[in-house]
Design a protein around this ligand. Structure first.
Ligand SMILES: *Cc1c(COP(=O)(O)O)cnc(C)c1O
Length: 391
């Protein structure tokens, strides 16, 4: 035995920090939303191996719960390792082949991200326009199809940058399918909070993230593909550019084989299992209803204060409320005041709506009456500080 002491003594250079103690925030921004205590408890559960028979069981349960939440029977339904952008890139990077044309929307930040990903996949990008703060008009989508004959059409069901819900989803998927194209829906800020029916609405590929309406920390992100889309992916002539997100390889792990591809983020899989169990306990339709009710109270309260919503009711997005900043009110000062005085997080506008709106999330575990009451009371105070009296 060596006589080196096992006692460890920090050397002079080792950084020494205090124990982790982040502030206790109320999260009413564009995500992450507050995490349900049961999900946090699930995350402190000891690990098993990622090929352990007990973990294979957990994987099956997560897949079944995801199918329930997406309203789909798609066999190809998995949590992708990574944040929402990983499931987004898995969808676009596998479905879009070099030379394919992808039609993307210009009415928000995430349509722009779709375009970047499609380009990196070797696709050609064409656009269908609508102003930031408005949804796509099916007639414009039809016209874009007639003009460009795209192979893939992507749209954002719940545009977090603008607080716009894309209505007419079945109309959009009909247009795409009449042109033999595939549809990819960004459901990051709708899944588990706003009505989305993958099978009934004929969406070929849908992806989401855990930290919005599912109230789960980022790390494992929902993705579903129907057989038609998966056939295209498995028939590719050229491999997708990402090894990590190659669905033909991931099939080996999530499909029948259960072979190693990469180590699943075990703790995040535990987390999403618990988050999805909460969805199933509540019932998906009741959950959509709760978001409508709680965010409806938020909207009514803000309007009573003299504030205006950016989106009309037809395409108001309950999970992300875009509120007009009144003239002579400093949007950033209100955001800072709420954070400093009340530990409450909301966000500013982005892109074309920067300075014009606040973005107030009402997602998952954050979509509770007590959060709404707290937000309304503190917002009233913040506006009074700014000398605003709209009522
Ligand atoms: C948050 C979000 C994403 C990206 O998810 P990350 O978890 O930040 O990678 C994609 N699309 C929409 C609509 C989002 O709100």
């Amino acid at each position: 035995m060596s006589d080196r002491s096992l006692e460890t003594v920090a050397d002079d250079e080792a950084p020494q920090f205090g124990e982790l103690s982040p502030p206790n925030r109320t999260l009413m921004g564009p995500g992450p939303s507050e995490v349900h205590p049961r999900v946090l408890r699930g995350m402190s559960t000891p690990l098993v191996g990622h090929l352990d028979p007990s973990f294979v069981e957990i994987m099956n349960e997560v897949q079944e719960l995801l199918r329930y939440t997406f309203r789909t029977d798609n066999q190809w339904t998995i949590p992708v390792s990574g944040t929402g952008s990983a499931s987004m890139e898995a969808a676009i990077g596998n479905l879009v082949e070099p030379g394919d044309t992808m039609l993307v929307p210009t009415n928000g930040y995430f349509g722009g991200r779709m375009a970047s990903m499609a380009e990196r996949a070797g696709g050609e990008v064409v656009e269908v326009d609508a102003p930031w703060g408005e949804p796509l008009d099916p007639a414009d989508v039809e016209a874009a199809f007639d003009e460009h004959q795209p192979d893939v059409f992507g749209f954002v069901h719940a545009e977090t940058s603008t607080g716009v819900l894309q209505p007419h989803v079945p109309e959009l998927t009909d247009i795409a399918h009449a042109h033999d194209a595939y549809v990819i829906a960004d459901c990051v800020t709708s899944l588990g909070g706003v009505e989305m029916r993958v099978d009934e609405w004929d969406v070929d590929v849908a992806y989401s993230g855990p930290q919005k309406c599912l109230s789960c920390p980022p790390g494992a992100s929902p993705l579903t593909l129907n057989d038609r889309a998966m056939d295209k992916v498995l028939d590719r002539e050229e491999q997708p550019r990402s090894w990590y997100l190659d669905l033909s390889l991931l099939e080996g792990y999530w499909g029948d084989e259960r072979a190693y591809h990469h180590t699943a983020p075990i703790t995040n899989v535990y987390a999403i299992r618990e988050a999805l169990r909460l969805v199933a306990e509540e019932g998906i339709e009741s959950r959509w209803e709760r978001h409508l009710d709680v965010a409806g109270d938020l909207k009514a309260g803000l309007q009573d204060m003299g504030l205006e919503m950016n989106a009309p009711d037809e395409y108001w997005l309950p999970s992300l409320n875009a509120v007009r900043v009144p003239d002579a009110v400093d949007d950033a000062a209100v955001i800072d005041y709420l954070l400093e005085e009340y530990d409450l997080e909301i966000a500013s506008g982005l892109g074309d709506l920067a300075g014009d709106i606040w973005r107030i999330g009402c997602m998952g575990y954050s979509a509770r009456p007590q959060n709404v009451e707290f937000l309304l009371a503190t917002m009233e105070d913040a506006l009074a500080e700014q000398g605003f009296d709209g009522a």
